[in-house]
Design a protein around this ligand. Structure first.
Ligand SMILES: [Zn+2]
Length: 373
């Protein structure tokens, strides 16, 4: 994620802090100073927020370490003002595993809260129910407030709506009875209904609820979109979608050759090959830039990218699309046994998916017509 700084590494996972997180700290400083005009109290407020975010890191580690037990790696954890985000490389497709991964985060917060209440009890400072239910942002009653914050974190995250953990819990429970894509659709609809209720209440009572509603609404539609793509890419090998009719360049070709291919409407990115081995990639942008700087006489070998990714024609489309997204490429050379066999273009993948879902809907319509007849 851009605008993020690495602040540490825990259990082999990099922890990043997003720049907007500083806005939150700044806000706390200003708010506590306005309220108390007391430097010690202000410092205490900042310390309290940092302690809460420490608990959020542990919450995310709960997800990440549970996922690791199922063989799923976590790329990183990013702290945002609204909470933490762990980037798991994928979600488990087994509903029981998804359930455990989703529950692990809130469970960590409940454990922390129990631990803190236990500690307070041994100190002979058992908080009253009222004390336990209120969070003091100026840091008075530090431990009871931190315990209360952890209870809230657990409850808030269990709201059954994406992107909260509760949305995943709901999908996992539904997923035991129905297909993964359908379970996601139902969970997303429930999430949007909840967002609607929050938004409605927010209009009358608390503007903060409107903000949560927006957040939940976007999360629900995002998750549904991702799973649709996921299920329509599943089980399709790259070779079914790759371009096999394309142009390549030689290292000793001049850019004039590349310009000719571009004008003749061949693909946008050209593998540079020696025999059938790929040595580099020349993109349309590279050509435009190099020609603007030095004309078309330059050699392809001096302009091409030597640092590029490839996919295998037997790879599944799902992984290949992830490679495309990670390198922010428009296309990738497809190789098999070290030889160039095709080009995978993101645009073609999109077209393929559109046609496939249209075909499916067509089949369903025909099937329904037959059933009616
Ligand atoms: Zn969580």
């Amino acid at each position: 994620m851009r605008w993020s700084w690495k602040i540490g590494r825990l259990a082999g996972i990099d922890i990043y802090m997003h720049a907007t997180f500083l806005l939150l700290v700044g806000f706390i400083v200003v708010a506590s100073w306005m309220e108390s005009h007391n430097a010690a109290r202000t410092l205490f407020g900042v310390f309290f927020v940092l302690a809460i975010f420490g608990c959020i890191v542990l919450h995310e580690l709960g997800h990440a370490l549970t996922a690791r037990r199922f063989g799923i790696r976590t790329r990183d954890i990013v702290l945002l003002p609204i909470g933490g985000v762990s980037s798991l490389e994928r979600m488990p497709e087994d509903p029981n595993q998804e359930l455990l991964v989703a529950l692990a985060g809130p469970a960590v917060n409940l454990l922390i809260a129990l631990g803190l209440f236990g500690l307070l009890a041994t100190l002979g400072r058992v908080p009253t129910l009222r004390q336990a239910a209120t969070i003091s942002w100026t840091g008075r009653d530090f431990l009871p407030s931190l315990a209360a914050a952890n209870v809230w974190l657990a409850l808030f995250n269990l709201i059954p709506a994406f992107p909260m953990d509760g949305g995943r819990v709901l999908r996992a429970l539904l997923g035991k009875r129905m297909d993964y894509t359908d379970a996601t659709q139902v969970a997303a609809h429930v999430g949007q209904a909840i967002a609607f209720v929050f938004g409605f209440l927010g209009l009358f009572f608390d503007p903060f609820l409107l903000f949560i509603a927006l957040f939940v609404w976007m999360g629900a539609s995002g998750e549904a979109g991702m799973v649709q793509m996921h299920s329509s890419l599943g089980g399709i090998p790259v070779q079914r979608v790759m371009l096999t009719n394309f142009r390549t360049l030689q290292p000793d070709d001049t850019l004039a050759q590349a310009v000719e291919h571009i004008l003749a409407d061949w693909q946008q990115d050209f593998p540079v090959v020696f025999g059938s081995r790929v040595l580099g990639v020349l993109t349309r942008e590279d050509v435009v830039r190099a020609v603007a700087q030095g004309g078309t006489g330059k050699l392809v070998r001096d302009v091409m990218r030597r640092d590029f990714q490839t996919v295998d024609s037997h790879d599944m489309l799902e992984q290949a699309v992830q490679v495309l997204q990670r390198c922010r490429c428009r296309s990738l050379p497809v190789v098999h046994n070290g030889e160039l066999v095709g080009i995978l273009a993101l645009e073609k993948v999109g077209e393929f998916m559109t046609m496939r879902s249209a075909t499916r809907r067509g089949e369903q319509a025909v099937g329904a017509a037959k059933a009616a007849a």
